[in-house]
Design a protein around this ligand. Structure first.
Ligand SMILES: Cc1cc2nc3c(=O)[nH]c(=O)nc-3n(C[C@H](O)[C@H](O)[C@H](O)COP(=O)(O)OP(=O)(O)OC[C@H]3O[C@@H](n4cnc5c(N)ncnc54)[C@H](O)[C@@H]3O)c2cc1C
Length: 416
């Protein structure tokens, strides 16, 4: 369906991922949605056994040295099972690993990344707090320097893998200077699960169930100094690099459920008959399916374009804009695609006879997590104006404003 985007090596890898996806039992999908499974350890263990986790990272630490477009393909394929599969696949191996690989020590990579990518350990990422959501740098979880260790106190909520993870990547306030800028106030830590790490609440979710999403309380947790990721008070650069896999990975995995819904709706509308003909012969139906295909194709194009931009190593601020645009466009487009697919199925699409209603519930999360889509607009707008230099002399090669017959009517160009 999108073979044309992949080279021979990537196609081989895709077939490997499809083999993995194929063997996931339907019962596991159902059990997760019904919360009979609270965290999919077996799924992650099998992914690890097949060396499919964190393929972008160096072989030395358990990855495969692959690139971003390949990662995008893997996330999409895994996402076809359901959004929560891609969430749990990605949170540990893509996000937590990214922070440790890029900013951590070899000791941390040996101790945490290797077993994580082998599917032997599970990790969760802890940014969001009850009071600090979109305003993430307003986090109040604290880590006090006690000489040979830090003492961690506070709480984080909506954490995928709260139940199930063996360790957590936690952002906490370490700078006691009240005048310190928020960007210089936080440190990133690896925190092992101990008795002082409590899960006080597991959320009843609309979708994306089975990922152990909960509120975690850190109650006088001793964190060894060697578990700082990056620098003391240096969480900002960690956060910045993590946003790439968070938002680009989320965009890629969002393609999965939309593609699965499109597949189901295409088959159904080719077989279901009303008024003596299959319903795909009604333009009211086929146009909705075609629009869904268009939205998925356009989304995938954007994911791959941004993946290539990341690979090319263009400047970080432009990447930030591209990633935020991509996350917003793809998540909203795929939500619309799934809505179209459900609509053309009629009543049966709204039932659990087909998986579209599950994908529809699950994808509600896509525009909320890893930064809401409103926050994506805030960042994209900020970076766009900065990039275009609207506050200083324009750097565009041509002044397009003059391409109008009355362009010289300066008295009509009123700005204040
Ligand atoms: C199922 C689930 C799983 C999650 N998994 C994780 C996880 O594993 N780890 C983790 O750390 N977090 C996780 N999250 C948290 C998620 O990233 C946050 O919920 C999200 O960033 C929004 O924060 P909030 O819920 O506090 O909403 P708020 O920040 O309170 O936002 C409420 C509303 O205000 C809007 N808003 C806020 N600020 C602005 C602004 N400046 N301009 C315009 N609009 C604004 C928001 O867009 C939103 O519509 C998860 C959430 C859910 C629901």
């Amino acid at each position: 369906m999108y073979d044309y985007l992949l080279n021979a090596k990537q196609l081989k890898m895709r077939d490997e991922v499809r083999d993995f996806v194929k063997q996931v039992p339907r019962q596991m999908i159902v059990d997760m949605d019904e919360e009979n499974i609270r965290f999919p350890k077996e799924f992650l263990q099998e992914a690890g056994r097949r060396n499919l986790l964190g393929c972008r990272y160096p072989q030395k630490w358990g990855g495969r040295d692959l690139d971003w477009p390949t990662t995008a393909m893997i996330m999409e394929e895994v996402g076809t099972l359901g959004y929560i599969f891609a969430c749990t696949f990605g949170v540990g191996a893509e996000l937590v690993c990214d922070a440790i690989i890029q900013h951590g020590t070899d000791f941390q990579k040996e101790k945490y990344v290797k077993p994580l990518l082998a599917g032997e350990k599970f990790a969760a990422e802890c940014l969001t707090e009850p009071r600090g959501g979109s305003d993430f740098f307003g986090a109040t979880t604290k880590a006090e320097d006690k000489g040979d260790h830090f003492l961690l106190n506070g709480q984080k909520r909506f954490i995928v893998g709260a139940e199930g993870a063996d360790f957590f990547l936690v952002y906490a306030r370490t700078n006691t200077d009240p005048n310190a800028s928020p960007q210089d106030a936080l440190t990133c830590f690896i925190v092992d699960r101990t008795d002082d790490v409590r899960v006080d609440y597991i959320y009843g979710l609309m979708g994306c169930r089975g990922g152990g999403t909960g509120r975690i309380v850190f109650d006088n947790v001793k964190v060894p100094k060697e578990n700082i990721v990056g620098e003391l008070n240096g969480a900002y650069p960690v956060f910045n690099t993590m946003m790439i896999p968070e938002r680009l990975g989320t965009s890629a995995m969002t393609l999965g459920p939309a593609r699965s819904a499109l597949d189901v709706a295409t088959r159904y509308t080719s077989k279901r008959k009303q008024f003596g003909q299959t319903i795909n012969r009604f333009q009211g139906v086929s146009f909705q399916v075609a629009d869904a295909a268009m939205l998925v194709d356009a989304s995938r194009s954007q994911v791959y374009t941004t993946a290539l931009a990341v690979e090319a190593g263009i400047d970080y601020r432009r990447i930030r804009r591209l990633i935020c645009e991509t996350k917003k466009f793809v998540t909203e487009s795929c939500q619309q695609a799934v809505r179209n697919c459900m609509q053309v199925m009629g009543g049966i699409g709204y039932t659990n006879v087909y998986p579209i209603e599950r994908h529809s519930r699950d994808l509600g999360l896509a525009s909320i997590w890893v930064g809401t889509n409103e926050v994506m607009s805030v960042v994209a707008a900020h970076e766009w104006y900065r990039e275009c230099g609207m506050n200083k002399e324009t750097t565009w090669e041509r002044n397009y404003e003059n391409d109008a017959a009355e362009a010289d009517a300066e008295d009509e160009k009123i700005y204040e």
